[in-house]
Write a protein that binds this ligand. Structure first.
Ligand code: NAP
Length: 283
């Protein structure tokens, strides 16, 4: 597995396993299969409702803790957000059955972001979160957070796929030492991603699948990925992406697929702000 080195020296696998939308009752099996397939980075969140199942799979795997990279995420907290962030983190840690996480992300750029970030910085300082970062932060929000706080997020996990590539944003993040980690790296199959003619042709050339081409494209851009699958054959396929290279011409033809627009949510859209901010988690 290839790693990326985060801005505080922590090593993170460039491909991991995401568990969004895997029902809690199916998550333990999926994560166990993913670990058996060779994944060492697991990406969950308090809001996915499956941290306990992830924790059980980790425990039952017998894999030494230091060989794993576990990410979870903080959902938007009510006031006092600093105190509540620490409580939410403790709850996540207890659900996972761990005494630290490798990466703790602020899931949404909403609520009292500063208070939440100060608490997350403390968790980083005391060693409970080896690296810290954010998700779904657009450039203005990210720069504000970076410039006006002590610890620069190590990661920004954002929607990134061939139809929404974020190349300029990646440049800006690179300038500030923030690693781009793609969510929805396959666009959840939207827009005909798995049958796209450009991607299919490249896949055929290399004797690989479209999914593998998309992951390879991300790797060659220095973008980290966390593909989700509940099927063991796809889990294995999505890890088998280190034995071929896309040419500059192939990279350029994929670059031309960018529409510059989200296929999911625009975090600046007031309806999205209302929807995501209305939600609260138990515990
Ligand atoms: P995704 O990885 O883009 O797509 C997953 C879909 O692709 C599933 O329907 C899966 O179906 C299918 N698939 C996987 N591998 C395939 C392959 N090789 N060939 C064909 N189909 C394949 O979507 P995602 O789950 O939204 O994103 C990945 C991870 O990012 C999540 O699991 C989560 O950890 C994280 N995420 C974070 C945020 C955030 O706000 N921070 C938001 C969304 C997601 P099967 O399962 O049936 O194989």
């Amino acid at each position: 597995m290839q790693n990326v080195t985060l801005n505080n020296g922590v090593e993170m696998p460039i491909v991991g396993f995401g568990v969004y939308q895997i029902p809690p009752e199916e998550t333990e099996q999926a994560v166990s299969e993913a670990l058996a397939a060779g994944y060492r980075l697991l990406d969950t969140a308090a809001s996915y409702g499956n941290e306990e199942a992830v924790g059980r799979a980790i425990k039952n795997s017998g894999i030494p803790r230091e060989e794993l990279f576990v990410t979870t995420k903080l959902y938007v907290q009510d006031a006092p957000a600093q105190e509540n962030t620490k409580r939410a983190f403790e709850t996540s840690l207890a659900r996972l059955g761990l005494d630290y996480v490798d990466l703790y992300l602020m899931h949404q750029p909403y609520g009292d972001v500063y208070a939440q970030w100060r608490a997350i910085e403390d968790l980083n300082r005391d060693g409970h979160a080896k690296a810290i970062g954010v998700a779904n932060f657009y450039p203005d929000r990210l720069l504000d957070l970076v410039i006006n706080n002590d610890v620069t997020p190590a990661v920004n996990q954002i929607e990134t796929h061939p139809f929404f590539q974020r190349a300029d944003y990646q440049e800006l993040m690179r300038e500030y030492g923030v690693q781009l980690q793609a969510w929805g790296g396959f666009a959840q199959g939207k827009n005909g991603l798995f049958t796209n003619p450009v991607l299919s042709k490249i896949a055929q050339t290399h004797g690989k699948s479209v999914g593998q081409v998309v992951l390879r494209w991300a790797i060659q851009r220095g973008v980290a990925s966390i593909p989700k699958s509940v099927r063991p054959e796809r889990m294995a396929e999505n890890l088998d992406v280190f034995d071929f290279d896309l040419t500059d011409a192939e990279m350029a033809s994929i670059a031309a697929l960018d529409t510059g627009a989200t296929l999911f949510f625009d975090h600046h859209d007031t309806e999205i702000v209302k929807w995501l901010s209305a939600r609260r988690l138990d515990g």
